[in-house]
Design a protein around this ligand. Structure first.
Ligand code: AMP
Length: 430
C-alpha cells in the first residue's frame, strides 16, 4: 500500500516553496522594521490552555481540536492558534519583569480538525504578531498598520480592513440577548450548529461559516449592533483607534457583524477578506485586543492586542493572481573534464563558502554537463578545461548571453563577485 499525506495536509514542493520562502521573508522584513522579535512556542500544549482561553463553546474547542493523551496520560492538543501559547510563554518566563511592553511575532503550523476544502486545511500556517503590556489605542493602530503593511509587502493593493468593537465580556452578554431575539424568527431555519450556538453563545452565530446561515443572516436585515451596547470606556478607545487609523492612512470599514470566533477578544476586532476565496473561507487574517487573556491564564492583569494571517490562503491568492516573485540568478554551475573532476570537487566546496554552486554528481560528458548547466537556471558556468586548468586558469561563461572569458584560477572568486555585482546594478536600473 502506498501512503498519502493525511487528509487536510499538503506537501509544499520545490517550485511552490520559492513563493512561500519569498513571502515569509517579505513578512520577516516588515516585522523587523516594526521592532517585533520572534518567539517560537511548541506545536502542542496542555489542552486546557486552549479550552480556557478560546472558550468552551467555540468551534475550535468543540469540534476542531487535535486533542490527544501522551503515554503518561497528559491531556494535550496540537495548537489551533498562536496567541494563547504566546501568552502562556509570557507568563511562564516572567517577561513582564523584563520590560513593560513586548512586541512579538511567530510563524508556523496550526492544526484544526475541520472539513478540508480550498483554503481550509487541517494543518495550516499562521503569521502572527502581538503587542503585550499596553492598553493604548496606539498599540491597536500599530498592530493593524503592521498587518496591512505585510499584505502590502506581498503586493496587495487597496486594502480595506473590516473593524468592530466587541466591548467587554459584560457588554457582550447584553448584546447576546438582543441577538437572541433578533434571530428567534429564523431559529428553525438555522443550521443545527448555529441552533446550538444560539443557546451557548449567540455571537458565534454571526461567525458561522455555513453559506445557508450566512444567507439567512443577510436576509434578516437590521442586525442589532454591538457598538450600541458597548461601554463608554470601550467607545472612547474605539474613537481613538479609528482616529489613529485615519492618521496613519489605513482604510477601514465598520463591520457590525464582526465578532471573531474566540472568547478572549475585547474591544477592537478586525479582519481582512478576499472575496475570491469564496464565502466561509474569505478571511485572509484578523485579530483584536485581548485584555482579559493573560489574567485568565493566571498572570497579572495585562492587556494585549494581536493579529494572525492565514498564510496558506495568502499563497492561494498570490498563485491565482500570478504574482511574480523575483527569480534568483546568483547560481554558478561548475563543469569539469575527466582530468579535472577531482579538482572540480575541491573547487565546488571552496566556492560554496561564498556562492550558490551546482555541479554534476555523476561526472557525465562535457556536453551533458553543459546541457544540465543551461537547464539549472545558473547565471554563470565555470569550465575546468584540462589545458587551462594546467595553466592555472578557468573559463567563465555567461549562460544568459553566451560570452566567455578566461580568468586566472586565483582571481576566480573576485571575477565572480564582479559579475554578480554588475548584474545587480543592471537589474536595479531596469
Ligand atoms: P482565526 O484565528 O481563526 O481568525 O484565523 C486567522 C486566519 O487563519 C483566518 O483568517 C484564515 O485566513 C486562516 N485560517 C483559519 N483556519 C484555517 C484553516 N483551517 N485552513 C487554512 N487557513 C485557516
Amino acid at each position: 500500500m502506498t501512503h498519502q499525506a493525511p487528509r487536510g495536509t499538503r506537501d509544499v514542493l520545490p517550485g511552490e516553496i520559492e513563493r512561500w520562502q519569498w513571502a515569509e521573508q517579505q513578512a520577516r522584513v516588515v516585522l523587523d522594521r516594526y521592532g517585533f522579535g520572534e518567539i517560537r512556542t511548541p506545536l502542542f500544549e496542555d489542552f486546557e490552555l486552549f479550552a480556557r482561553t478560546s472558550g468552551e463553546s467555540s468551534d475550535v474547542v468543540q469540534k476542531e481540536m487535535y486533542r490527544f493523551q501522551d503515554r503518561k496520560g497528559r491531556d494535550l492538543a496540537l495548537r489551533p492558534e498562536g496567541t494563547a501559547p504566546v501568552a502562556r510563554a509570557y507568563i511562564e518566563h516572567g517577561m513582564a519583569g523584563e520590560s513593560r511592553i513586548h512586541r512579538l511575532w511567530y510563524m508556523g503550523p496550526m492544526f484544526r480538525y475541520g472539513r478540508p476544502q480550498k483554503g481550509r486545511y487541517r494543518q495550516f500556517h499562521h503569521i502572527g504578531g502581538e503587542i503585550i503590556g499596553t492598553a493604548a489605542a496606539a498599540a491597536d493602530v500599530e498592530i493593524i498598520a503592521l498587518f496591512v503593511d505585510i499584505f502590502v509587502a506581498w503586493g496587495f493593493e487597496n486594502l480595506k480592513i473590516a473593524i468592530n468593537s466587541v466591548g467587554t465580556p459584560e457588554t457582550r452578554r447584553g448584546y447576546a440577548e438582543r441577538l437572541r431575539s433578533w434571530l428567534a424568527p429564523v431559529h428553525d431555519r438555522l443550521s443545527a450548529d448555529s441552533q446550538n450556538r444560539l443557546l451557548a453563545n449567540p455571537l458565534r452565530v454571526l461567525d458561522s461559516k455555513d453559506p445557508a446561515d450566512l444567507r439567512l443572516l443577510s436576509e434578516l436585515g437590521d442586525m442589532p449592533r454591538l457598538l450600541d451596547c458597548v461601554d463608554s470606556a470601550s467607545l472612547a478607545h474605539w474613537d481613538l483607534v479609528l482616529a489613529g487609523l485615519a492618521a496613519v492612512g489605513v482604510d477601514y470599514e465598520i463591520d457590525h457583524g464582526l465578532v471573531r470566533g474566540l472568547d478572549y477578544y475585547t474591544r477592537t476586532a478586525f479582519e481582512l477578506h478576499d472575496p475570491s476565496l469564496g464565502p466561509g473561507q474569505s478571511a485572509l487574517g484578523g485579530g483584536g485586543r485581548y485584555d482579559g487573556l493573560i489574567a485568565s491564564l493566571g498572570g497579572s492583569s495585562t492587556p494585549g492586542v494581536g493579529f494572525s494571517i492565514g498564510f496558506d490562503r495568502v499563497m492561494l491568492v498570490l498563485a491565482e493572481r500570478g504574482t511574480a516573485i523575483p527569480s534568483r540568478s546568483d547560481s554558478i554551475y561548475v563543469v569539469s573534464m575527466n582530468a579535472t573532476h577531482d579538482a572540480a570537487l575541491a573547487l565546488v566546496r571552496e566556492l560554496r563558502r561564498d556562492f550558490r554552486v551546482l555541479f554534476d554528481l555523476e561526472a557525465r560528458s562535457f556536453g551533458a554537463q553543459m546541457k544540465a548547466a543551461g537547464k539549472s537556471g545558473a547565471r554563470l558556468a565555470v569550465l575546468l578545461g584540462e589545458d587551462e586548468w594546467e595553466r592555472g586558469a578557468v573559463a567563465l561563461k555567461d549562460l544568459t548571453d553566451g560570452t566567455q572569458d578566461t580568468v586566472p584560477r586565483i582571481g576566480l572568486k573576485e571575477a565572480l563577485r564582479v559579475r554578480f555585482a554588475r548584474q545587480g546594478e543592471e537589474s536595479r536600473t531596469l
